[in-house]
Design a protein around this ligand. Structure first.
Ligand code: GLN
Length: 572
């Protein structure tokens, strides 16, 4: 029988509810339990695929081609689960399903209402696949948004009903709240958390545990105070203090006994292991927090660099691979539009040991990106191009080396005379934007003897995709004759999946998104290869004046952020 953990958030957004949910998943797996994680988002888009990365951060793509919330990336990175379409529901998707049923006449003349029709649909989404032999022991359900939002009410009502129907031994409510530090008073303040729990109670939900996000660990006195005012037992009030690496959070919760509390409350003692096995996790975390190797600098050249959440999986994949090689990682975010000419590009990218161009859409910044690609190609700097990074590398090569004039992607210039990159054949007459890209995992066949085959140590791989355009095969011969190697091809469609430059130390680009499959304990082979190539480049440059003059790696922050001694951590 599957047990359910519901996670809500209060006071403000961006407290890290996704990472908290993923961390609980990580802990319960470390106790030998089989888990799954679902995200319910209260917004009305059917999925986040049509939203700008500036609005909602990265769109995470699953193996089965669903465009989902970026928190699903955290769930995969922290656990062994494989997310699918069934793991992310939005209010838009719930309402669409209800309205489609109404149109079909499924409700047999009834008036359709939020309660019970919308709430029943939500409960069905939560309960799907929780019976039968492959059902998880625990289903973790994260409710997006913040308590007090109008949109999230049907979701909260649905989980309230589930507590009533299933009882306290099958459901567990976790509330993530905020305990701000007020500098003028020198105190951590508990009032917002008290108010947030009160709001939750008003809608009929009593939290079984509180995760209190704060700059510092909560003192026992503060925990008791929160307990007194919220009626949550003090052993169920947990500190969720700021930490240098998100991968430390499962350990913070473990040290405070969160996994044991959940196991006791949900009566999972029979299924759970008595010890929490996080040894390999801890070793990897140590290499993130205190790597003993050199510091490499990776420049990420993109157009959404102001909002780091737009490139969440990418950043995490770099962190995983740097940890695997025991290296300090310094990411330099470069706004593509700033790379207006060769001189600026040289200045800006000079310190980089590797250049990464991630996925992107539209024309803004593409000329700057191509300046960065030309720089990497000409100055032998390791280059990893992802999706748009492959397409723009092909255009740069065609323009500069093959001297094909006026060539472009038809995404950037609809009537370009030389569309090196053109719309996927299957999408030629498709105007609708939502869910119409080439999405999800597809196989890719690698050329024997290629760098790609060496990196993956395999000739057949599977990676996830999210694109509408492809390399135009009409130009393949010309580019190949000039030295570009097409080393990855889709066995089903013949689409170009990977390119590389044999004349360059490490110039590789892919049509897929390898960052989406990278996990802390299973980093992406392509990112591993790129990070190692950047480290080699770093070492080669050490002999030159330029590298010697570089600043030494900045000292790593201590693993736990301690409170400054002079401040009181309690309210008076
Ligand atoms: N805009 C390009 C396309 O749709 C690249 C997409 C991407 O980088 N994810 O094909």
């Amino acid at each position: 029988m599957t047990k359910f953990i519901f996670i809500t958030g209060g006071v403000v957004s961006s407290l890290g509810k996704g990472v908290a949910s993923a961390s609980i998943g990580c802990l319960l797996e470390a106790r030998g339990l089989r888990i799954d994680v679902r995200k319910l988002d209260p917004y009305l888009n059917v999925d986040p695929g049509t939203m700008s990365p500036f609005q909602h951060g990265e769109c995470f793509v699953t193996n089965d081609g669903a465009e989902t919330d970026l928190d699903l990336g955290h769930y995969e990175r922290f656990t062994s689960t494989h997310m699918t379409r069934a793991n992310n529901w939005t209010a838009g998707r719930i309402y669409l399903s209800v309205i489609e049923k109404e149109r079909r006449g499924d409700y047999l003349g009834k008036t359709i209402q939020t309660i019970p029709h919308v709430t029943d649909e939500i409960k069905a989404a939560i309960l799907a696949d929780t019976t039968g032999p492959s059902a998880p022991d625990v289903m973790i359900v994260e409710i997006g948004g913040t308590i007090g939002d109008i949109e999230s009410l049907p979701f909260l009502e649905a989980i309230r009903q589930m507590r009533l129907e299933l009882g306290p031994q099958q459901t567990f409510f976790v509330h993530l709240s905020y305990v701000p530090y007020i500098a003028s008073a020198g105190e951590l303040k508990t009032k917002p958390t008290q108010a947030s729990v009160r709001d939750l109670r008003n809608i009929g939900i009593t939290p079984d545990a509180l995760l209190c996000r704060a700059n510092w660990p909560l003192s026992p006195d503060l925990r008791s105070k929160i307990s007194l005012f919220t009626n949550v037992p003090s052993n169920a009030v947990f500190s969720a203090q700021d930490v240098p690496s998100i991968y430390r959070i499962p350990l913070i919760f473990k040290d405070q006994g969160l996994d044991q509390l959940i196991i006791d409350n949900l009566q999972l003692q029979g299924q759970a292991a008595t010890v929490t096995d996080l040894d390999t996790w801890q070793e990897a975390l140590h290499r993130i927090e205190q790597p003993t190797g050199d510091q490499i600098q990776i420049a990420i050249v993109g157009k959404y660099v102001e909002l780091k959440d737009s490139y969440k999986s990418l950043t995490e994949a770099l962190i995983h691979s740097a940890a695997a090689s025991n290296l300090h990682l310094d990411i330099d975010w470069v706004e593509a539009e700033h790379l207006t000419n060769d001189h600026v590009t040289l200045q800006r990218l000079g310190p980089a040991d590797g250049i990464l161009v991630p996925g992107g859409f539209g024309s803004r910044g593409t000329e700057g990106i191509m300046n960065a690609i030309a720089y990497a190609r000409e100055l032998n700097t390791p280059y990893l191009g992802i999706c748009y990074g492959l397409q723009l590398a092909c255009i740069e090569f065609a323009r500069t080396i093959c001297e094909i004039e006026n060539c472009n992607s038809s995404e950037i210039e609809a009537n370009t005379p030389n569309p090196i990159i053109c719309k996927l054949q299957d999408l030629i007459n498709v105007e609708q934007l939502g869910g119409t890209m080439r999405l999800g995992a597809y196989p890719c066949r690698l050329t024997p003897g290629s760098l790609a085959a060496q990196i993956y140590n395999s000739l057949e791989i599977s990676e996830r995709h999210r694109h509408r355009y492809e390399f135009n095969p009409a130009y393949k011969e010309k580019l190949a004759a000039a030295g570009l190697r097409f080393t990855g091809v889709s066995p089903d469609t013949g689409l170009i999946e990977m390119i590389e430059l044999p004349s360059h130390p490490w110039f590789v680009a892919c049509q897929f998104h390898p960052e989406l499959k990278s996990r802390l304990l299973q980093p992406s082979p392509l990112f591993n290869g790129f990070v190692q190539a950047a480290h080699k480049h770093y070492n080669e440059r050490l002999s030159t004046q330029e590298a010697k003059q570089r600043p030494a790696p900045s000292p790593q922050p201590p693993p736990v952020v301690e409170a400054p001694p002079q401040i009181a951590l309690q309210e008076s």
